[in-house]
Write a protein of this length. Sequence first.
Length: 424
Amino acid sequence: MARLDSWRQILAAQWFAVGGLSGDALLYGASALFALGLGFTSGEPAQWHWGYLSAPAYAVAAVAAIVIARRRVARETRVRVALLGLVVLGAVALPLGLEARWRHLDPGAAFAQPEVSVIERSAGYLSHGQDPYRAYVHDGHVVDAVKGLPAYESFFPYFPLMGVFGLPSAATHKGAGLTDARIVMSLMTLLVSALALALLRASREKKILVAQVLLALPTGALFLATGGDDMPILALILLGVAGLQRRSTYVAGISLGLAAAMKLTAWPVAAGALLVARTRDGRGAARRIAVIVAGIVGVTVIPFVVKDPWSFVSNVFAFPLGLAGVHSPAASPLPGHILTTLWAPLGHVLAPVALLVLGYFGTRYVREHWPIDLSEMLALLAVAFGVMILSASATRLGYLIYPLNLALWSRVTARIPERVPELV
């Protein structure tokens, strides 16, 4: 496999060629068009409401960036940060607040993605000492399904720690308004992202782009306002990346451990961290990272596995992989889904084959270029995530935010100093 340096150089040329306020104007202008398009075309109330509500903020930010760029202001970075804050308020806070309010006034309307209710309901079980993994499939029928809801909403396809975002809802017995799980997830995402950006060793321009992609552009704002369960995972992974970059094994281990204890999508990154974790003096720190991650995941997960292993496996593994025999709404028109639609047996072949191919070439690359650095590890994961998402028979188009962010972080962390101060 050819070295990833040329690939990262192409990526850099695309993402950093147009920078400053001119680049912001392009990004926000494109986001305004996307938001309007989503408003016109989406059939999901949460999404098309977000489109119409967020488009003005993107448009205003784009126009402001164009006008200010022509004046050649002295403190451009501060202006860009201010515009970024304006967009976050207009594309995240405003739509999220309104949709949470509307959901409170009309609980029957779909002013949130289904996963929001799933998280809140599971938190209710947890708050009463009950098992959130209740539904499973037996003889082709869903057992212990929630009455009045689609079968797929009876499953909790996360690890137990994800339920913490629904605890305010469980405590007040109100699954909307200020206790909406999206608000809790968004607040955590913003706080963790701010800490990660403060620790990340990168130029201000690159940090602004990272924040734009993760929080302000539709690649982040749409999900924060409508669903959001992947956003705290990405924020924690970014904090883990900053910890690995600074060779702080405790920051990296704890953040990646928390992410892995919430959702399966964080596990590849936690595994990749074992390849690049180093101490301040350059020694491998894989064992320390592994102990921290395994400890957090073990403490939060093992009690539920022991209590009802069949229901746990059915919810966390079988259902998201499409092996539970339950129709999932996660069926975006990606190659894997299209091919499976044309010939159903491919649904059981594409993902395993893609995984084997990725494992072969990934292992070969690591062996030929050992030791790999953080940037190479993130690039490999970006490719792996992209291939698996495209080949899966049932997956969300939104999952592409994982390879998108990982690819960007790969470029941002490229060619960092060999020795950096250790935080912890």
